[in-house]
Design a protein around this ligand. Structure first.
Ligand SMILES: [Zn+2]
Ligand SMILES: [Zn+2]
Length: 160
């Protein structure tokens, strides 16, 4: 069963931090900002965004949340066991609560969409040679994020 009401189990690299997602993902992006680089210990993050109400975290105690200094306000959670990125919570003004999931924590299938774009590309530590749009600059990156997020949000809310 892969309809929108079915749940998909997700987990961190070691499997200690578990959560489930249901409903349509809003958007998937690559972010090259320096905070994503530090948090993921990688050149860029690969993240998929969900409505927080579509995400159920089994045991929040197993995830340690930290606020990194950055607009917008993101609470970034790492697995307390493997110390790898587990899940992130994003509060944007005028938006419903959003949850950011490192895409590698989502099994491939209908809950893991194709990536839409690269943002904060001016912060890249390496060039990426794919055909996706690449947005540089702080404001342009934020706008590109919102511009990709909003249609996903409408799809999710209209189909709900
Ligand atoms: Zn873990
Ligand atoms: Zn970022």
């Amino acid at each position: 069963m892969n309809d929108d009401s079915s749940k998909q189990e997700c987990q961190c690299e070691c499997g200690s931090s578990k959560f489930s997602v249901q409903g349509k993902p809003l958007v998937r992006m690559f972010c090259h900002c320096t905070i994503c680089q530090e948090f993921n210990n990688a050149a860029y993050s690969d993240v998929t965004i969900y409505l927080s109400k579509d995400v159920h975290i089994q045991d929040k105690e197993k995830i340690s949340f930290n606020k990194y200094k950055s607009p917008p306000a993101v609470q970034r959670g790492k697995c307390a066991t493997c110390n790898k990125p587990a899940i992130e919570l994003l509060e944007l003004p005028l938006f419903p609560a959003l949850t950011i999931i490192p895409s590698e924590n989502i099994p491939s299938g209908p809950r893991l969409p194709e990536p839409a774009a690269h943002i904060f590309y001016h912060r890249r530590v390496e060039n990426v040679s794919d055909s996706l749009p690449k947005h540089s600059g702080f404001i342009k990156s934020q706008l590109a994020f919102i511009a990709k997020l909003v249609p996903g949000l409408f799809r999710r809310l209209v189909d709900a």
